[in-house]
Write a protein that binds this ligand. Sequence first.
Ligand code: SAH
Length: 228
Amino acid sequence: MVNADTQELNKFGDLAHRWWDLEGEFRPLHQINPLRLDWIASQAALENARVLDVGCGGGILAESMALRGADVLGIDLSSKPLKVAQLHALDSGARSLAYREVAVEALAAEQPGSFDAVTCMEMLEHVPDPASVVRACAVLVKPGGHVFFSTLNRNAKAFLLAIVGAEHVLRMLPKGTHEYAKFIRPSELAGFARDAGLEVQGFKGLEHNPLTKRYWLSVNTDVNYLMA
Ligand code: SAH
């Protein structure tokens, strides 16, 4: 059985043509990308590194890492975003950037220990069994390599800001983008990582001011956060 929710995959498939519209539904991902890219690059050398991006969608992060000199493979289980990513890559000038429709668990069985870094951003909150994804990422990374996750915390503030605020009040995201019950507390994500044999290096919060439309990294992991 594949660890994926068809409804979730279709949701992203239906919006795929909008992926690179800087003012569209994926605007938040475009806005946070420079922040997460710099954070990743500050911990893992990207130049000539073999990097896997899990749940890559239309390729915003994957392509940006390839443009920093990494040899990137992006994987996803939604076909349309992958096609958009492939088309966009043609015009990007990236030297080494490939995409594949394959489950992370299947890739882990196929090529364990082959990536210097594995990234998995804004994806865990869309899968039925996030711990299984974390385990697969741990298998895919080389010993001593780096794994990076980002997701949404589960508490009243995250519910208010990420669902009520972002989807219903500000309409930054389409309604139904996120489901509260699938949000993951930092302690839970750290538990998944440790159970998979990973060492937790640290967390960063990703904060947003809806008035100034600015995003920044901080120590506040209340809503959106990253873990190395
Ligand atoms: N990681 C990208 C895209 C985030 S959107 C970024 O941060 O820019 C979430 C992505 O996860 C979508 O492309 C969706 O198709 C993908 N996804 C959801 N469930 C998945 C699964 N089980 N396996 C692989 N990808 C999945």
